[in-house]
Design a binder for this molecule. Structure first.
Ligand code: NIG
Length: 388
């Protein structure tokens, strides 16, 4: 494999405080070399040895975003539901069933094509690694199909059979949980790294969620939870108690939730574009960070509550409306996402890490917030290869 160097970098973010200034490990006037898909070397501008060179022209290079929460495999859209919401209707978990109908009706080839298009869009937004959940199949063959499609795009595949109770099980949630924990899990576990459950009013209660997580753990899967999205609830504390890698949404955090998070190892993953799109209040990330909670920011790309791959937009919201500093938000969407996925090989530009980087059309990462909505990613490198 050939090597590649990015030269003449005005500002390089490494996410390693030992390599540069502050938590982002910022190095000015730098170069970085990639070899065999990994970061080989970081040095002063002009020093990198490689077969091919890219001139950054004094601009910023940073780790690619690690998007630790997406639902990229789905068919159909819910634009009308969104428009009604903007006109005052509340968001409800029940909309998931609408996407389930369209997803079940799609062929595997259609789902692959749709997912590929979304993944391409995300790469252009600087997302070099993504987690992908199932959750719009909700029967054994459809969930399996969605997971197989997801696995074409990532090794962080999450089984979310417990997304909502499908209409054919209306009024029989416990029977559906039996299916999820039995035949569905047996079929899906070999294709997944993680199991997730939507612990919320309108989806699954604490006991049902616990059953799903216990069954997933028994099958060898890592744990993730959707919790405290639409109101205060048991999701966060259940996630911490069960040692989940991440609890996602965390829109409603009470003191006891913060205490649990600060005392455990579960990452609180904020999804600001979801609070934007569902008109929920923004959570107070400042309070969580000050309480010592490990945080991540992700897009939650899905057709119902967050139809965007724009991580830059998420950063702008996290800073403007959730109280993060710009550096905290960038860290949360890179190394924070990696931690939420239990990975140390991505989310940082340090020797030996996967060479996942973005070259910005900007002198600084601050422009994601300072120039919201502007497409700032000039080039995305995944495992040392230029992808867009
Ligand atoms: O993470 N909260 C549950 N699941 C998705 C929403 C899915 C939908 O509305 O289609 C989420 O927001």
């Amino acid at each position: 494999m050939s090597s590649l160097a990015i030269e003449n970098i005005g500002l390089l973010l490494t996410n390693d405080p030992e390599l540069g200034d502050g938590p982002l490990g910022m190095v000015e006037n730098a170069s970085i070399a990639f070899e065999d898909g990994l970061v080989a070397e970081i040095g002063p501008a002009g020093s990198a040895q490689a077969d091919h060179h890219v001139d950054a022209g004094g601009r910023c290079v940073m780790p690619g975003f690690v998007d630790s929460h997406t639902h990229l495999v789905f068919a159909g859209d819910r634009a009308r539901e969104f428009a009604a919401r903007m006109a005052g209707e509340p968001y409800s978990a029940g909309g998931i069933r609408v996407t389930t109908d369209s997803t079940r009706a799609a062929t595997r080839e259609e789902l692959t094509g749709l997912t590929e298009g979304r993944r391409r869009e995300a790469i252009r937004a600087g997302i070099t690694h993504t987690e992908i959940k199932s959750g719009y199949g909700l029967d054994v063959p459809s969930e399996l199909c969605c997971l197989e499609v997801a696995a074409e795009f990532t090794d962080d595949v999450t089984f979310l059979g417990a997304h909502v109770v499908p209409s054919e099980f209306e009024g029989r949630a416990d029977d559906y949980v039996d299916l999820v924990c039995g035949e569905m899990l047996a079929a899906c576990a070999p294709h997944s790294r993680w199991i997730d459950v939507f612990c919320e009013v309108g989806a699954f209660d604490r006991d049902q969620s616990r059953r799903v997580l216990e069954a997933g753990r028994e099958a060898g899967l890592g744990l993730r939870v959707h919790g405290n999205q639409l109101g205060p609830g048991p999701g966060v504390q259940l996630a911490v108690e069960m040692g989940a890698a991440s609890v996602d949404h965390c829109t409603y955090l009470e003191d006891a939730d913060l205490e649990a998070l600060a005392s455990g190892s579960t990452v609180a993953t904020f999804l600001p574009a979801t609070d934007f799109s569902t008109r929920q209040p923004y959570p107070d990330a400042r309070r969580a960070i000050d309480a010592g909670v490990e945080v991540a920011v992700a897009t939650n790309t899905n057709p119902g509550s967050s139809n965007t791959t724009a991580m830059g937009f998420c950063l702008a919201l996290a800073v403007r409306d959730m109280g993060m500093t710009i550096d905290e938000a960038v860290r949360a969407a890179t190394v924070g996402g990696a931690t939420a996925l239990g990975r140390s090989d991505i989310g940082r530009l340090t020797p030996g890490a996967r060479a996942d980087a973005v070259l910005l059309n900007a002198a600084s990462h601050a422009d994601f917030v300072y120039r919201p909505g502007v497409p700032l990613v000039d080039a995305t490198f995944i495992a040392g290869q230029l992808c867009s």
